[in-house]
Design a protein around this ligand. Structure first.
Ligand SMILES: *Cc1c(COP(=O)(O)O)cnc(C)c1O
Length: 375
C-alpha cells in the first residue's frame, strides 16, 4: 500500500478509521452528542494548557483561519500580517475579503521571525486590531517562536491569531503562557485524522472583540459568535459532522495516551535533518526548523518530479514537493503524528538513498545509516 509521508494529510491509524464508521445518531437532536462534543473541546483545550474555549468546526483547517478573520475583522481594521512563508502571506487575503486593511510584515523566508526586529517595527507602528502569525509554515517548514511573538504583540495591545494547523501536538504549545488569542488547528496533520475538521481555541479578549463589533460578521459558516450559547441551547449553527468528530475523538485519545509525542517529534526531526545534511543535501532553512517536516532543496541535475515519481513508483512512498515560491524547488518529508515513527522514517531514508542512486545523484553517505545512528 502507498505510504503517505507528506506533511499532511497524514496516514490515519486503524482505531481512528474504526471510530469514523461507528453508527451515529442525529447530532442535532442527540443531547449526548452535544455533551461529547463539548468534552472533546475541553480535552483539546487542556492538551494546549488552557481553559480558553475550543470550538470544533465542520470544515478543513482553512475554515478555522477564515473564521478567525471573519469574526475579528471589521471594515477598515488594520491587521498586521506576519509573513515569512506562504501561509503567512496568504492570511492577507482573508483580511481583505472581510474588509480589513492588511499590513504585511514580510521578512526572509529561510529564517524564523526575529522577535527583536519585530519589536523595532512595532515600536514605530502598533495600531493594529490583531496580528496573524504562522507557527509552522509547512511549505518551507519554518517554525516561529509564538511563545515570544504573541506576548510581544500583547504588550502593544494587539490580539494574535496563530495558524498552528501543522504543529498542534507536534511542537510544544502553551496557549495561556504564550497569550494566544485564537489558535487554529486542523484534523489532518499531527492529529492524524482525515481532513475535514478545524478547531479554534478562543481567549476571552478575542471573544470580547467579537462581541463589541459595530458591524455583523460578514459570514454565517465562518462566524464564531454563531456558536454563542450552543451548549446551553443544545443547538449548533449547522449540523455537525458527527462521524468525523468521532474520528477526531479517537485521534485525540491517541495523543492523550502518548506522553512521549513531543519528544518523539524532536528526536525524529533532529535525526532527519542530520541525515539530510550529512548526505550533502541542502536543508532549505537556515533557522527555525519544525520537527514535523524536513525540507531540503532539490539538488542540481534532477527535478522534484523525478524524485517524487521514483519514490512512488519504486518504493510506494509519497513525499511532497511544495507550492508558491517553492514549487519545484524543494522536497518535503512529513514526519508528523502517526507518521512520526522511527521505522517509517528509516524506510523513507532507505528509499531516498536508492532513489538518488538511481537518478545519479551522489550522496556523501547513506541517509538511512545516519538517521539510524541518531535515534
Ligand atoms: C495544512 C495547513 C493548513 C490547512 O490548509 P490545507 O493546505 O488546505 O490543508 C493551514 N495552515 C498550515 C500552516 C498548514 O500546514
Amino acid at each position: 500500500m502507498l505510504k503517505i509521508m507528506t506533511p499532511g494529510p497524514t496516514e490515519v491509524p486503524e482505531n481512528v478509521l474504526d471510530a469514523l464508521s461507528v453508527p451515529s445518531t442525529n447530532p442535532d437532536l442527540d443531547v449526548a452528542f452535544v455533551e461529547s462534543y463539548r468534552r472533546l473541546c475541553i480535552r483539546i483545550s487542556h492538551l494546549l494548557h488552557t481553559d480558553n474555549e475550543t470550538l470544533i468546526l465542520g470544515g478543513e483547517g482553512i475554515l478555522g483561519l477564515e473564521a478567525a478573520a471573519a469574526s475579528l475583522t471589521e471594515p477598515g481594521d488594520r491587521v498586521l500580517v506576519i509573513d515569512n512563508g506562504e501561509y503567512g502571506a496568504g492570511y492577507a487575503d482573508f483580511v481583505k475579503i472581510y474588509g480589513g486593511e492588511p499590513v504585511l510584515y514580510s521578512v526572509d523566508r529561510r529564517n524564523e521571525i526575529d522577535t527583536a526586529a519585530l519589536e523595532d517595527f512595532l515600536e514605530k507602528d502598533h495600531d493594529f486590531k490583531y496580528a496573524s502569525v504562522v507557527h509552522g509554515d509547512t511549505p518551507s517548514g519554518v517554525l516561529n517562536n509564538i511563545a515570544e511573538i504573541c506576548p510581544l504583540l500583547k504588550r502593544y495591545g494587539i490580539l494574535s491569531v496563530v495558524d498552528a494547523v501543522s504543529t498542534t501536538f507536534g511542537e510544544p504549545i502553551d496557549v495561556d503562557q504564550s497569550q494566544i488569542d485564537i489558535l487554529c488547528g486542523g484534523s489532518q496533520k499531527v492529529i492524524s485524522a482525515p481532513p475535514g475538521l478545524a478547531f479554534v481555541v478562543i481567549s476571552e479578549a478575542a471573544k470580547k472583540a467579537m462581541h463589541s463589533r459595530k458591524t455583523p460578521v460578514a459570514s454565517f459558516y465562518a462566524s464564531l459568535p454563531a456558536f454563542d450559547g450552543y451548549y446551553e441551547a443544545k443547538w449548533f449553527p449547522y449540523t455537525m459532522p458527527i462521524n468525523d468528530i468521532h474520528g477526531l475523538d479517537a485521534a485525540i485519545k491517541n495523543i492523550e495516551n502518548d506522553p512521549d509525542i513531543l519528544k518523539r517529534h524532536q528526536t525524529i526531526g533532529e535525526a532527519s535533518r542530520k541525515a539530510v545534511a550529512a548526505a550533502g543535501l541542502q536543508l532549505h532553512l537556515e533557522s527555525g526548523y519544525s520537527n514535523t517536516v524536513t525540507v531540503f532543496d532539490v539538488p542540481e541535475g534532477v527535478t522534484a518530479a523525478q524524485i517524487l515519481n521514483t519514490m512512488r513508483s519504486d518504493h510506494n512512498i509519497m513525499l511532497a514537493g511544495s507550492f508558491g515560491h517553492l514549487a519545484g524547488k524543494v522536497i518535503r518529508i512529513g514526519h508528523m503524528g502517526n507518521n512520526c515513527r522511527a521505522d517509517k522514517m528509516s524506510a523513507v531514508f532507505k528509499a531516498l538513498d536508492a532513489t538518488f542512486r538511481r537518478l545519479g545523484v551522489e550522496l556523501k553517505c547513506s541517509m538511512q545509516e545516519v538517521f539510524e545512528q541518531n535515534i
